[in-house]
Ligand binder design. Sequence first.
Ligand SMILES: Nc1nc2c(c(=O)[nH]1)N[C@H]1C(S)=C(S)[C@@H](COP(=O)(O)OP(=O)(O)OC[C@H]3O[C@@H](n4cnc5c(=O)[nH]c(N)nc54)[C@H](O)[C@@H]3O)O[C@H]1N2
Ligand SMILES: Nc1nc2c(c(=O)[nH]1)N[C@H]1C(S)=C(S)[C@@H](COP(=O)(O)OP(=O)(O)OC[C@H]3O[C@@H](n4cnc5c(=O)[nH]c(N)nc54)[C@H](O)[C@@H]3O)O[C@H]1N2
Ligand SMILES: [Mo]
Length: 552
Amino acid sequence: MTNSIAEIEDAGCIFIIGSNTTACHPLIARRVYRAKEKGAKLIVADPRRIQLSRFADVAVQHRLGSDVALLNGMMHLIIANGWQAADYIQERTEDYAELEKTVREYTPEKVAAITGVSVDDIQHMAEIYATNSPAALLYAMGITQHTTGVDNVKSCCNLAMLCGNVGVAGGGVNPLRGQNNVQGACDMGGLPNVYSGYQLVNDIKSNEKFAKAWGRPLPDKPGLPVTAMIPAMLEGKLKALYVIGENPKLSDPDRNHLNHALEKLDFLLVQDIFLSETAQAADVVLAACSMAEKEGTFTNTERRCMRIRKAIDPLADTLPDWQILCRLSSALGYEMNYADPEAIFNEMAALTPSYAGMTYARLGLDGLQWPCPNADHPGTPYLHRHQFARGKGKFHAIGFLEPAELPDDEFPYFLTTGRMFAHFHTGTMTRISPNLNVEQTTGYVEIHPDDALAEEIRDGDMLTIASRRGEMEAPARITPTVRPGTLFLPMHFGENPTNILTSAEALDPIAKIPEFKVSAVKIRKFSEQMGKIPEETGAADPVEADAAAGSR
Ligand SMILES: Nc1nc2c(c(=O)[nH]1)N[C@H]1C(S)=C(S)[C@@H](COP(=O)(O)OP(=O)(O)OC[C@H]3O[C@@H](n4cnc5c(=O)[nH]c(N)nc54)[C@H](O)[C@@H]3O)O[C@H]1N2
Ligand SMILES: Nc1nc2c(c(=O)[nH]1)N[C@H]1C(S)=C(S)[C@@H](COP(=O)(O)OP(=O)(O)OC[C@H]3O[C@@H](n4cnc5c(=O)[nH]c(N)nc54)[C@H](O)[C@@H]3O)O[C@H]1N2
Ligand SMILES: [Mo]
């Protein structure tokens, strides 16, 4: 996030696009409710009707993968009405002329035809966003998991800069990051091309810096992103895979393709806290302990690095991940001996400019937000305050491109995939929790009542859903929350393995993220209903429970 979670409460407008916030980031959703109570305007753009749509000043359900067109349409109207932040654009940004030229082509009528959103609604979105500063834009996987993921993100940035919303409190472009520590993992170099703090492996200076600190020459070529590892496995170029804390058998796209790749491996090593589907296929499994059993730090979505503290001792025959890694490294011939996670943290801080001012003592109870470059620095609540990190904020003129796969005669439905409140990803943790599992015990496929009527499907009928990659079964849940012609499958249920359907080939050319959010599928009835599939009650959802009680 460019900005901080608490700042959301002080926004004049909140624009949520491609984030099911109450389901996936309920504590952030709570800030959105508070902002609403203080008078903020709310815009929601999501092909599904999410909980927050109910509280929105305008909520639109645009066609899957049409975000660039929608955002360009908003910008077209903002410029046509003179609502843009002219001084800010002049002083702080560059390449505005190109943006203006491109969005001029996105007339409301053209955008309405692409997105399925009415001209009136596009007009409302543009006006509300532009005239209620500061406006905070929140997005998540609905924006990124596309072949145009990078284009989508850049379009969000264009809109925010157009209205002067970057570098101000309460504004910003705010990706709501997924896992508790995915920000931290990326910050620590858990990516194929960087060391900690995004220092490039192929930059001579950083390479030398780390080689010196670690006493070994280091490769100067970026490694492979996950989506390139699978083809490398199939070609026999990648022979051993070490998976730490992931369950790709359920979470990677195109499961059949992935299984072929895994079978080609000489050696599969999995380190997990449970015997996941992937661990069951491994040659060796290393038993790690959970976050409640270890010390360390997590860095959350607002760049806040915080300590975690051990609540219980590790269960028998398990170790914290860091100790397993140190032992493995030593066994491979590179001695790694750290007294404790704090020693590792201190080494990291010494090598990472954005964390350089952090120590365990300074992190205290609340943590610190990077950049925190020195011992006196208080941390950074929002980025790009006086100028952009790169100097001027750059506008990118971006045209709309269709998703890789569109419905046709053979595969007439759009499919999108994602999450629900009660479960986490592949369910290794949440499906064995009785309190959570009671909320939803099986997978399901959401289908619009119009489609159900046309297909003569009743609630609970078991459907076969097929794409060009494979097919799977799930019971139908008839609901108006999806658009007609669009189905939704949650990703949590191994017995209804959603990723049999998704494509491993439709990737964003730059980020290499798979297009989990758009596939083309067909359906047929597998068997008559076994019983109604109840809607998620939301009883375990604090936001929903509060909303129901009228006491947000
Ligand atoms: N309960 C729960 N919380 C979670 C997780 C979990 O598994 N369960 N996972 C965590 C992780 S790692 C992540 S990454 C986040 C994900 O958090 P989110 O991204 O919020 O969750 P998703 O359900 O993947 O997708 C979000 C929304 O994108 C919409 N969408 C689909 N296609 C499009 C499109 O073309 N355009 C737009 N604008 N929207 C579209 C979907 O309808 C959905 O409402 O959640 C985190 N929090
Ligand atoms: N169709 C579809 N597919 C998707 C997505 C989608 O929206 N649609 N979303 C994608 C996204 S954004 C994400 S993030 C991925 C998530 O995909 P995964 O990361 O593969 O899913 P998880 O179930 O979170 O798997 C995490 C594993 O780590 C284990 N674990 C938990 N704590 C620890 C620990 O402390 N140490 C170790 N060693 N292991 C631990 C858990 O038991 C679990 O097996 O799925 C992706 N796949
Ligand atoms: Mo994620």
